[in-house]
Design a protein. Structure first.
Length: 238
């Protein structure tokens, strides 16, 4: 099985920890965040891993080359930052499986990736986004059938619906983890340098593709700030 880890970001919210290292290599419970995620991938049988890098990319390349993970790992150095959508599509040529996992490097959680992939394949989706019911500024609109229908941007006061919800709709938070089908999503790349994977999914749904939610019980931590990093440390110690 194959998987992508998105590790190109600047980690601005983690300063001063990221003044001299990328956020993927910030220590968490005695080892870099990236090592935790790679370990999770390997545990669930993902033995071909592609990682994008930009900020202090050489450090990530050196970390991988100096490690002995039981997986085939390739680092793609983005010369300019591409965003989550641009990053995924820049690495898409490395994917040979029909379906693969995408995982943000600033997320720590106890998700079962095998169950996620099984759910994704069973529903024959273009993409399956892991969701959680929690407060967030960028809310995802999900209908009663679990389909992704649009975005509710709280701070901007924008509600963007690209598919009429079936039944009642709910507002959930995207967890930065998804399963993706290469053939069903590859035609939705955008003709610009930097763009979000959410924009890709909005365009896909607008064109009739099936993008769905997966809502397991999760212990989930966004380690994008020093405070959240400490919370994740406490969770891993418990």
């Amino acid at each position: 099985m194959q998987g992508m880890i998105l590790a190109a970001g600047y980690g601005t919210r983690l300063k001063p920890l990221t003044d001299s290292i990328p956020k993927a290599l910030v220590p968490l419970s005695g080892k870099p965040v990236l090592e935790h995620i790679i370990g999770k991938f390997i545990y669930y049988g993902i033995d071909e891993i592609i990682i994008n890098a930009h900020y202090f990319a050489e450090q990530i390349e050196n970390f991988i080359s100096g490690s002995d993970f039981e997986a085939d790992i390739k680092v793609i150095n983005e010369k300019v930052i591409l965003g989550t959508g641009g990053g995924v599509f820049n690495m898409l040529s490395e994917i040979t499986d029909d379906d693969f996992i995408v995982y943000n490097t600033d997320v720590i959680c106890d998700i079962d990736l095998e169950k996620l992939m099984g759910y994704h394949k069973k529903n024959e989706a273009a993409a399956t986004m892991v969701m959680q019911d929690r407060d967030t500024f960028n809310q995802v609109i999900i209908d009663s059938e679990g389909d992704f229908c649009g975005l509710n941007l709280v701070k901007k006061g924008i509600r963007n619906i690209v598919k009429e919800p079936a039944g009642n709709s709910s507002l959930l938070a995207f967890c930065g983890i998804h399963a993706v089908n290469k053939k069903k999503i590859e035609r939705f790349g955008q003709d610009k340098t930097e763009y979000s994977i959410i924009d890709v999914y909005l365009n896909a749904v607008r064109s009739g593709a099936k993008v769905i939610s997966y809502q397991p019980e999760l212990n989930w931590y966004d380690i994008g700030t020093v405070e959240k990093l400490k919370e994740a440390e406490e969770y891993l110690r418990s």
